[in-house]
Ligand binder design. Sequence first.
Ligand SMILES: [Zn+2]
Length: 73
Amino acid sequence: MTDNLTCPACKATDLDVCKYDSMMVLRKDTALFSLRCPHCGASVSSVHAIPAQLREEIRFAAIEVGAGMGAGE
Ligand SMILES: [Zn+2]
């Protein structure tokens, strides 16, 4: 199973969803990831399964979101 997205602009296939700029959780195992292509700088948004290594992070993020939208950074 791959955790990479494909850039629609330059067709690079090594966009790591773990390096997302933002992530909107749609379901407990699926999220809309937004990231910037490291090759051409295009903004890429794609619905993707949440990688196992991000699940724990998301659990905390969900708590933060519950406490106040837009918090963080
Ligand atoms: Zn690109």
